[in-house]
Structures are given as C-alpha cells and as structure tokens.
Unconditional design. Structure first.
Length: 158
C-alpha cells in the first residue's frame, strides 16, 4: 500500500441541490470496502427522506448542528453537534436537515463503496429532482416522494 495524500483543494466536488460532497476516498482507494466524503450543508439545507439499500452510512459532524429525522425504527429525531457520530444502517429511512444558522460540515462514510458513482451521475445540475430520484434507484438509493410527506417543503431539489 502506498501513501495517498489528498489536499483539500484537489478534492472532487459533487453538488446535489445546495449540499456539497467533497470526495476524499473512493472504492478504488479502499478495495471497494468504503468511500469517504466531507459534506457541507448550508443553513436550511435538507436531504429528502431516503434509504440506502446497499450501503451503511455513518456521519461524524465536524461543525454545526445536524438534525436527523427517522421514518422507521425507535428513534424519531436526533440532533448531532460537532464531535457527534451516528451509524445509519442500510434500509432505514431518514432525512437530514441543517436547522442552524451556520453551515454543517461532516465526514460521511459509506460501507461498502459505491456512493461516489451515484454522486458523480446525480450531481448533474441539469437534472430535475424527479430525474435524480429515478436515477438514484439504480444506485440503491430510494427517495420518498415529497407529496407523501406533509412536513417536506415541495420546492426541494431532490
């Protein structure tokens, strides 16, 4: 194994709506075992309720406060602050929302790797939210349609 130095300014950025993902490690770097991103969510940014059918997702909040709402399981809602970590198993429905006044910065781990392919395809700024949701299915990401959720802002991009 060789040293792999990735400078902050040399990371690939993928944007979905207002949320940015900066690739740190992809499957090629880890033998397809995992991928690692830094994500930045500006105030008010929300990821619609969804589930990953292939990967477990874990988040380590570096700055800000991130609200996680669950549509399945025992917990309904948690707020993560800088230093907090949560493991989200595959097949659990949840949403993420920055309710604060400052950006949320978090490290996002996916096990196994594969989400980097989804982000590359779905970060195309010309895609509509409906087109993204349809493409997401091919990567094991299933979104709950906003029309079925009264608490979701209908203007969200994904």
């Amino acid at each position: 194994m060789s040293l792999n130095l990735i400078r902050k300014d040399n990371r690939n950025e993928y944007r979905i709506g207002d949320q940015s993902y900066f690739l740190i490690l992809d499957g090629a770097d880890t033998g397809e075992r995992c991928s690692l991103f830094e994500t930045v969510m500006p105030p008010g940014c929300r990821a619609l309720p969804h589930t990953h059918t292939r990967e477990h997702e874990s988040l380590l909040v570096l700055a800000g406060a991130l609200n996680v709402s669950f549509l399945s399981g025992d917990k309904k809602q948690i707020t993560l602050h800088a230093g907090d970590f949560v493991k989200l198993p595959k097949d659990i429905h949840y949403s993420l929302h920055n309710l604060g006044t400052t950006p949320v910065h978090a490290l996002v781990f996916f096990v196994p790797a594969g989400m980097e392919s989804y982000l590359k395809v779905c970060s195309d700024p010309h895609l509509t939210g409906k087109e993204r949701r349809k493409l997401a299915l091919g990567y094991g990401v299933e979104y709950i349609e906003p029309d079925n959720l009264p608490f979701i802002d209908k203007q969200e991009q994904i």
